[in-house]
Design a binder for this molecule. Sequence first.
Ligand code: GTP
Ligand code: MG
Length: 137
Amino acid sequence: TNITFTMIKPDAVADGHIGAILGKISGAGFKIKALKLTQLTVADAQKFYEVHAERPFYGELVDFMSSGPIVAAVLEGENAVESFRSLIGATNPAEAAEGTIRKMFAKSIGENAVHGSDSDENAQIEAAFHFAGKEIF
Ligand code: GTP
Ligand code: MG
């Protein structure tokens, strides 16, 4: 087993989907190792999404991700990064498979309900960005 990092994004928190999304995550067999409601500052969001700094949607992404509270979590599961990305579905909800979290809760390619790490290395970096060691169980 290994870990991945997720955020329930501001759109899904504002729409009242925290419980339903955590239910899907637990139902899929992931174990919650760390969990909190928090909000990114603009500077936090710029840093978290630094790899996308040259993409045309970077400004929009940073504004959106700092626009309201999010839920940050560290999850443990078998093949966690890949299996979690299958559970959330394609970046664009119009292309996401039936039953995926993004198909169920995302509004658009930008406001797409959840984040999932894209590699084991980034999962570690992203978990450490949001949580102190003693907050990860
Ligand atoms: P994350 O799990 O959030 O990292 O999504 P991803 O890995 O499926 O997508 P990617 O890392 O390529 O993009 C990061 C985030 O940028 C996406 O989840 C979207 O919120 C946002 N994003 C990606 N493409 C677009 C776009 O074309 N327009 C806008 N507004 N946002 C985008
Ligand atoms: Mg990504």
